[in-house]
Design a protein around this ligand. Structure first.
Ligand SMILES: NC(=O)c1ccc[n+]([C@@H]2O[C@H](COP(=O)([O-])OP(=O)(O)OC[C@H]3O[C@@H](n4cnc5c(N)ncnc54)[C@H](O)[C@@H]3O)[C@@H](O)[C@H]2O)c1
Length: 308
């Protein structure tokens, strides 16, 4: 018998989380504010999964099993009563979250792992409402289609359970520190702030910024993170660019100390081997081949999937 999970809060994120877990073959009990709301949400989620299956976005057999696996609970207590893992996805409000977490903790078995999907609330402040293994498992929207779930917390068993369950649901988990924004939102919001400033300064329209990003460095991001990109570009090139940018934009563009140290030591990234990712010299050609193949395949994909 497959494991019993629960999702509390069946809105935008909780709904997608429930769909994903049921598509992975888990039994999922959903609870929202009351039984009727939960029943309506369940119906919508099942119809959503059917639409995904019709469009070939998810496995048809997995989708067919969702109505049996995804159930609407009459209450939070009923949803979590037999769950080994509960995903909490109620609104991003400390008071609402603490109330919901306390209700979950009161009704769930002692060893049940409770995972909050909070985007930004401090984990410590939420943990006060919970008397058991508690972690953050931060999904990305749309939950069925974005691979990453950030995991934070310090309960090793709870993290390991989440890793096992989420791997079965096809997710990539990364353990991250329990800091505001975790890793992804700190990076994403830093970029958005700069983008908004460009528009606010009247330098470009939102359309121009979006075009520039998705056709330049954004084009690399499905395959490489910022450190690999910097290693490939050349750390000396990055350091020289910061030296120019800091003159115009101030301290937020000062050369990062780790970059300055590497350049001073002659570690210029891929061209001298090493760099942040310590790519060995004999892997350089393979990495560049991978990059060129990846970008060519991405061009073909973009031609096939035309924008909405
Ligand atoms: N929207 C995103 O893109 C996104 C991405 C990552 C994380 N998150 C986080 O996920 C969480 C949920 O966000 P959302 O966008 O899905 O919100 P949402 O408003 O779409 O959904 C919240 C759901 O919780 C229900 N709810 C409220 N109080 C409840 C209670 N006491 N018990 C049970 N259900 C209750 C609401 O009726 C609603 O259906 C938030 O913590 C948010 O920060 C959101």
């Amino acid at each position: 018998m497959t494991e019993q999970l629960a999702v509390v809060g069946g809105g935008y994120m909780g709904g997608g989380i429930a769909q994903t877990l049921a598509l992975a073959g888990f039994r999922v009990a959903l609870a929202d504010v009351d039984a009727r709301t939960t029943r309506d949400l369940r119906e919508k989620l099942i119809m959503g999964v059917q639409r995904y299956a019709e469009q070939g976005l998810v496995d048809r057999d997995a989708a067919r099993r969702v109505p049996e696996l995804l159930t609407a609970a009459g209450s939070v207590a009923e949803a979590v009563g037999e769950a080994v893992y509960v995903s909490e996805a109620v609104p991003e409000d400390l008071r609402i979250k603490r109330t919901a977490l306390a209700a979950i903790a009161t009704a769930a078995p002692e060893r049940t792992v409770i995972a909050t999907n909070t985007s930004s609330l401090p984990l410590d402040a939420l943990a006060e409402a919970v008397d058991r293994p508690f972690i953050a498992a931060h999904w990305f929207n749309p939950a069925p289609f974005l691979p990453l779930v950030e995991l934070a917390g310090d309960d090793e068993d709870a993290l390991a359970l989440a890793e096992r369950l989420l791997a079965r649901a096809g997710k990539i988990t990364v353990r991250v520190p329990a800091v505001p924004g975790f890793l992804a939102n700190r990076l994403q919001f830093a970029l958005f702030r700069e983008a908004a400033m460009i528009v606010e300064e009247g330098l470009a329209t939102p359309e121009q910024v979006d075009l520039v990003v998705s056709n330049s460095f954004g084009y690399r991001l499905p395959f490489f993170g910022p450190f690999q990109v910097a290693d490939i570009a050349g750390l000396d090139v990055y350091a020289a660019s910061y030296a120019t940018l800091v003159e115009r934009y101030g301290d937020r563009f000062s050369v990062p100390p780790s970059l300055a140290e590497r350049v001073a030591a002659g570690d210029l990234g891929l061209k001298t081997s090493g760099g942040y990712r310590q790519t060995p010299a004999d892997r350089r050609d393979a990495l560049q081949d991978y990059r060129d193949h990846a970008f060519t395949a991405l061009a073909a994909l973009r031609a096939k999937v035309s924008p909405a």
